[in-house]
Ligand binder design. Structure first.
Ligand code: AMP
Ligand code: MG
Length: 418
């Protein structure tokens, strides 16, 4: 196992006291090793989980050529391109009820959507186009041979891997796996993530606030963000700013794959935590060139990766979304794709100085045909309401200065961060 210090030293331009967002991401990624253990689960339970093996179809889907429409199955070679063709209906085929005879020249078979194509037929003419009189069916000119037929294996081909290990199972994959008749499958074991809040000022809900106390909201935003990642959550409550209590909590938390804490990493508070960490594991304290969310700790205690987030409620969410989310996905065995950025027109000027990346809380909206974005107003890192009002982050890049109204800005939709 390489040390954290060794791994991050490979990151070009690494500077713990003025760490660019992209460098912090790179440094974290350089240290992580995904879980490898897997378990077998029934199809439905694989929702949100990470595939531990490729899915290779044992059958073609669909299994047979079949009709894509209600109509008549005919032989393409019987049809006349410039005039009507009259055929004789010799039977019918429904979905799940095939026609067992053979279609010879001059013949056709009544078919419904999903019916297996009768032997000899290769083309379906939709019922609306045809005239039926007893068993005489008149097909208009201008049909194309092969039309309205779904080919066997056009969805999934036997022997050709359709899903890869490392993919997350969504609704579409559940259906796709079921379409292969697979009842259970192998997925990576769930990542176990322990978290706790630190702070002498924190009260838990259900107790009355004493003077100077605030309710612990971070554990609830964290619960929400972690739950949406599909990890197993171990909520360890509030831990006081007390060395013995913190040490005990960190030791206990380190039995899990990852630890997320909030508070206690800002300059005034970090010192005794720093000393303790030096005893327990290998933890780096960073000042990240970003707003909100400047201080952050990252490292390892035993086998567990630690993400020490700042205490301010907005900073918790921003640092979670920009660093922890991707890291936990990676640890879970996913190869996370980059969060998409969209471009919108800023409806207002926005103050910004070069030298840090800002994640302003924004509202993306449509005006006429244009997508515009405005900030939610007050951007203090204690104003959690700004996260609730926002539907996106306005991402103001490291080098960027003031934004003028009407300029394009990048936005990251909150929904893509789930
Ligand atoms: P800290 O990073 O510990 O200095 O905390 C920074 C600010 O965030 C302080 O105003 C804290 O009261 C506030 N804060 C810290 N933890 C929490 C929490 N769990 N819930 C709500 N506010 C918090
Ligand atoms: Mg604190």
């Amino acid at each position: 196992m390489t040390s954290i210090a060794q791994a991050v030293s490979c990151v070009d331009g690494y500077d713990p006291d003025a760490l660019r967002v992209d460098k912090a991401r790179e440094a974290i990624r350089a240290c992580l090793e995904p879980v490898t253990a897997s378990e077998t689960v029934p199809v439905r339970e694989s929702l949100g989980r990470v595939l531990a093996q490729d899915i290779v179809p044992a059958i073609n889907v669909p299994g047979h050529d079949n009709s894509a429409m209600d109509g008549w199955a005919v032989r393409g070679s019987d049809l006349n391109s410039s005039k009507e063709t009259s055929l004789s209906e010799i039977g019918k085929a429904l979905a799940g009820k095939p026609f067992h005879g053979k279609v010879s020249a001059g013949q056709c078979v009544r078919v419904m959507t999903g019916a297996v194509m009768p032997e000899g037929a290769d083309t379906v003419v939709v019922q609306e186009a045809c005239k039926a009189s007893g068993d005489r069916i008149t097909i208009p000119a201008g049909q194309k041979a092969g039309q309205n037929v779904r080919a066997a294996g056009e969805d999934l081909k036997a022997g050709v891997a359709v899903l890869k290990a490392g993919q997350q199972v969504r609704a579409a994959e559940l259906g796709l796996i079921a379409s292969l008749g697979i009842g259970e499958l192998s997925v990576r074991r769930r990542l176990r993530v322990a978290f706790f809040s630190t702070g002498d000022e924190l009260a838990s809900i259900g107790t009355a606030l004493k003077e100077g106390e605030v309710y612990d909201s971070n554990r609830y935003t964290l619960h929400g963000m972690l739950a949406r990642l599909g990890v197993e959550i171990i909520d360890m409550g509030v831990v006081r700013d007390d060395p013995a209590a913190l040490e005990k909590a960190f030791r206990e938390a380190s039995r899990h794959d990852a630890i997320v804490t909030t508070g206690g990493v800002s300059v005034g508070e970090a010192d005794f935590i720093r000393q303790m960490m030096a005893k327990l594991g290998e933890v780096l304290f960073w000042k990240i060139a970003m707003r909100p969310g400047r201080p952050m700790a990252f490292g390892r205690i035993g086998q567990s990766f630690l993400f020490g987030l700042p205490g301010n409620p907005v900073a918790v969410m921003v640092t979670f979304y920009q660093f922890v989310r991707e890291a936990l996905l990676f640890l879970s065995g996913v190869s996370p794709s980059e969060v998409p950025l969209l471009t919108a027109t800023s409806a207002q000027s926005i103050r910004k100085v070069p030298g840090r990346t800002e994640y302003q809380r924004g509202v993306l909206y449509k005006e006429g045909n244009a997508w515009k974005v405005r900030t939610t107003g007050q951007q203090g890192s204690g104003v959690l309401r700004s996260m609730s009002e926002a539907n996106c982050f306005i991402v103001l890049e490291h080098e960027r200065g003031k934004v003028e109204a009407g300029e394009p800005v990048n936005v990251q939709l909150m929904d893509t961060l789930a």
